[in-house]
Design a protein around this ligand. Structure first.
Ligand code: PA5
Length: 439
């Protein structure tokens, strides 16, 4: 099993500061385990890797195969927790240019995402790109009422019906939603679409390892058995109530200690652009879970070395309110050796015979040292490599750390009341029935 290790030595907090939380962690641990199977609590993700429904899992694989066989493109319609996890896993584990690869090299359908904004240009550009290809659609919405994916689904449903006729379109639409409620569930039942269930007690941003993420991930040719076994490994590993043996709890505690020390912003940094969407997923997970009651660490993301040439200055010398968590992949899937050149016009011969991964590692080490010296505490997460098991492990690690961190902060990490505010204003402005009198 591929491993993930976490190092707090440069976090500028002591073991003592962390261990003060031992009793509180034990209480949270016991409370979460006790309520894990309670349908009313949003803790369904806690034992999910060891308890997920095997029948639904087999159905995911079967449908993924059908989509692979009859489609050039899978359009994933969803917003927030209903698409970020799938995109994070797919982009971490496929070729950096997956969607641009030749079909024979890529082997599996292109995966495109829509319903995560309201831009007509974006949607029109996508339609123009894919209209002559064979298309399947996976629309994902737990509530079944979210505006952005609902509009996109209406547009792409019409496109499929015009292209294939109603009967064939029905076979190309896959709906992932609540078991009983919501407009999408009703529509799916009436039209007879293939439907996958989002468990009641798993919230959107904790749902990547349910059909929400697994169907698109499987369509992209990723081994979902291995992904789940990585998560299951993490479920066991991070189920130790003793803080000193549990890195997941330590990360949750370290964040809270740093927050109390006025470190209000956490930047999650990677050195491999494949992790871009993993960072986006993490931002949503922590931002929506903790940012409440005027509290919470603001989660931000940076991609290095790219952003060292944009945000690097601020990180090094701006307001001292940041701490940095590095997500580092120890073994890249390939490497490049830098050549020796006789004339050395670019002055790079000092790097001759060195590999790019070596240079990237030195950049990382140099950056961590500079930031730590500049009063940016560092937490270092090392992944052996990017594979299904490691990514499954990482997802579970962050989900559990996020829940525990939110509980330590004293907020409910499973709701998102603030998200409703913009919707109410927007619906009023759009004259949606029932919204005129709302505040
Ligand atoms: O984490 C969450 O609950 C949210 O980000 C939701 O995933 C997002 O708002 C989309 O909601 P829905 O799946 O109901 O369309």
């Amino acid at each position: 099993m591929s491993n993930i290790s976490i190092d707090f030595r440069k976090s500028k907090i002591t073991g003592k500061e962390i261990m003060v939380y031992s009793d509180e962690i034990k209480k949270i641990h016991m409370m979460m385990n006790k309520k894990a199977n309670d349908k009313k609590e949003f803790l369904g993700w806690l034992n999910w890797p060891s308890k997920y429904g095997k029948r639904e899992f087999e159905k995911i694989k079967k449908c993924a195969k059908r989509i692979q066989d009859n489609s050039d493109v899978l359009v994933v319609i969803g917003i927030g927790g209903s698409y970020l996890g799938a995109r994070a896993v797919i982009e971490s584990l496929t070729n950096s240019f997956y969607n641009l690869q030749d079909k024979t090299e890529r082997k599996f359908p292109q995966i495109l995402y829509v319903g995560n904004n309201l831009s007509s240009t974006y949607i029109n550009d996508m339609i123009e790109l894919i209209q002559d290809k064979n298309i399947s659609v996976n629309v994902i919405s737990k509530s079944g009422t979210t505006t952005e994916p609902a509009i996109a689904f209406r547009i792409f449903r019409n496109l499929l019906e015009d292209k294939y006729g109603i009967k064939e379109a029905q076979k190309r639409i896959y709906v992932t939603t609540d078991q009983n409620k919501g407009a999408l569930k009703q529509l799916a039942d009436e039209e007879g679409y293939e439907t996958f269930v989002i468990p009641d007690n798993i919230g959107g941003r904790y749902s990547v390892l349910t059909p929400v993420g697994l169907l698109p991930i499987a369509v992209a040719g990723i081994n979902i058995d291995k992904l789940m076994s990585g998560a299951q490994f993490a479920e066991e590993k991070y189920n130790d109530s003793e803080l000193k043996y549990n890195d997941c709890y330590k990360y949750a505690v370290a964040r809270n200690v740093l927050y109390k020390n006025n470190k209000n912003i956490e930047i999650l940094a990677c050195y491999n652009p494949k992790l871009h969407y993993m960072i986006e997923w993490w931002k949503q997970l922590f931002g929506e879970s903790e940012g409440k009651e005027h509290k919470g660490i603001f989660p931000a993301g940076v991609e290095f070395t790219t952003d060292l040439h944009s945000l690097g200055q601020y990180i090094q010398e701006g307001q001292r309110i940041l701490f940095e968590t590095v997500l580092y992949v120890a073994k890249e899937s390939s490497d490049i050796t830098i050549n020796y050149e006789e004339d050395n016009l670019d002055g790079l011969n000092y790097l001759a015979d060195k590999t790019l991964n070596y240079v990237n590692k030195k950049a990382m080490q140099g950056t961590v040292a500079a930031h730590v010296a500049g009063e940016v505490p560092n937490i270092f997460i090392k992944m052996d490599k990017l594979d299904e098991e490691t990514i499954g492990h990482l997802i579970y690690f962050f989900e559990k750390a996020c829940a525990v961190s939110g509980l330590l902060l004293g907020v409910n990490p499973f709701n998102q009341p603030g998200v409703e505010k913009y919707k109410t204003n927007m619906f009023k402005l759009l004259d949606k029935p029932g919204y005129q009198d709302k505040k």
